[in-house]
Design a protein around this ligand. Structure first.
Ligand SMILES: [Zn+2]
Length: 481
């Protein structure tokens, strides 16, 4: 096994490339640029992540659909801003066999134009509303920027929700609830803390009235966009004819919203946020294996292996995901190193002496602490230590995010902070006239304005760091990973 050479805090990017290969998360050698093969060690946790997010959406009343991967060209062109935003990134299917298709078909880059064409057939009355749907899907985007496994691929895995409401208020309430889902699941379960921004007008989803995006931070101080939720207003319901007859018997256009948690990208943040110099560290809830059992000196004492097998069965029956590494081709030390790199939260060691004393050793991947546990208490201890580990990873991640936000008084400050953290500063106005200042920010600092916070209220004082006019807003500036 190759000793890793990268310091995760300083060379996050090299570390990320290393761990993808070393832990067998994905193989980039498929042969089509921007497409990769996801391997079991990333597919397992992503499956679990899907389940947590979907369960949350189901609780909120969303129903699951499976839509076709192909979207007819005429649908795609109905909403003007949407077309302009997405056209450069669409893969088109033009032929079936050798026959040229009468109409080109888009490989979905996102599915607004698929969903809303059907909404117009299904929705009739206020009684049909609210109408809340979702699907898990892979989507395709011809990324022209350099691609990065999990973060920016040309095919990625996500969930998209599409929803129709009778009023703007109800639609906006749903947008706020999306942000709660992000907080509950992405932070609460996956341990990724985020800041939620209202994106500036020039940075919103193509066709949306407003976009609210959550940003996470990488160890070296860059941001990674997490789920965004979009208020679409009536921008799509008009061209797609999504109407209903209200209580007053008048026909009205619905208000639409959508939300897109990108599983493969959130997974990148799980890797980047929680990993350390030894390798991955999975939160207990989404670890592909939660526990690895390593028998010690089993070759001298056959009873040890028998005990290890017995423990494995018992742990598995209790519903945990457990691996027994009983191979005799590696020394225990090598096995420890390997499973630590793989990020397995808990390690159980059982040796001849433990057998006599009816106990086992439990090791925690996050703290490196080891303790002896009576065999009788094992299942309870696993559940406890697993929970403590997840809480600890969350705490570490939150501290990292808080530390990365630094106040900037002028453009020189912003330059120093961006690339290593998030600059917080006064800004003239995101709503009106600020676009010019934003351009300067981008040109001079390499960072982008992420928006104004919506998760906490902040009052601006002082001046815009660019033009010097009185600041009306507090904005955050950062480089994207
Ligand atoms: Zn300004």
């Amino acid at each position: 096994m190759e000793q890793q050479k990268f310091d995760k805090e300083k060379d996050s990017s090299e570390w990320f490339t290393w761990i993808i290969q070393e832990a067998k998360l994905a193989d980039i050698r498929y042969g089509v640029k921007g497409f990769l093969v996801f391997q079991p060690w990333s597919v397992e946790p992503m499956e679990l992540m899907y389940k947590y997010l979907e369960a949350d959406l189901e609780r909120r009343g969303h129903k699951k659909y499976w839509y076709p991967t192909l979207i007819p060209e005429k649908n795609f062109y109905l909403e003007k801003e949407h077309v302009e935003g997405f056209s450069p990134e669409v893969f088109w299917v033009e032929k079936g066999g050798e026959t040229k298709l009468e109409e080109r078909l888009a490989l979905r880059p996102t599915s607004e134009t698929a969903f809303y064409s059907m909404f117009s057939l299904w929705l009739r009355s206020y009684k049909d509303l609210p109408f809340k749907t979702y699907q898990r899907a892979n989507v395709f985007r011809y990324e022209t920027k350099s691609t990065r496994p999990f973060l920016r691929s040309r095919e990625f895995y996500w969930i998209e929700t599409h929803n129709a409401f009778a009023t703007e208020e109800e639609a906006f309430k749903n947008v706020l609830e999306d942000m709660e889902t992000t907080k509950r699941v992405v932070f609460g379960v996956f341990g990724i803390p985020t800041i939620v921004f209202k994106r500036p007008d020039w940075d919103k989803f193509a066709g949306a009235v407003n976009t609210f995006g959550a940003d996470a931070i990488t160890p070296d101080g860059k941001v990674v966009q997490q789920p965004s939720t979009h208020m679409l207003g009536q921008n799509f319901s008009k061209p797609f004819n999504v109407k209903f007859v209200d209580r007053d018997e008048k026909e009205k256009y619905c208000y639409l919203t959508c939300y897109g948690p990108c599983i493969s990208r959130i997974f990148a943040s799980v890797v980047l946020t929680h990993g350390d110099n030894k390798g991955l560290r999975f939160p207990f809830e989404i670890a592909p294996k939660q526990i690895v059992i390593i028998p010690i000196m089993a070759e001298k004492e056959p009873k040890v292996l028998k005990k290890a097998q017995e423990l494995k069965e018992k742990i598995e029956e209790a519903g945990f995901r457990v691996e027994l590494d009983a191979g005799d081709n590696k020394r225990p030390g090598e096995k420890f190193y390997f499973w630590e790199m793989k990020g397995v939260p808990l390690r159980i060691e059982v040796g001849p002496r433990d057998l006599k004393e009816k106990k086992v050793m439990i090791y925690r991947r996050d703290t490196g602490e080891k303790k002896a546990v009576a065999e009788k208490q094992l299942l309870k201890e696993i559940a406890n230590e697993g929970r403590f580990l997840s809480e600890n990873l969350k705490k570490i991640a939150k501290a990292q995010l808080d530390k990365s936000i630094v106040d900037a008084k002028n453009i020189e400050d912003v330059k120093k902070i961006v690339g290593r953290g998030i600059a917080r500063c006064g800004f003239c106005s995101v709503e009106s006239g600020g676009a010019k200042c934003a351009e300067i920010v981008e040109k001079e600092t390499g960072g982008r304005i992420r928006g104004t916070r919506i998760d906490v209220k902040e009052k601006a004082n002082g001046k815009c760091v660019i033009c010097g006019k009185p600041a009306q807003e507090v904005v955050y500036i950062a480089k994207e990973y």
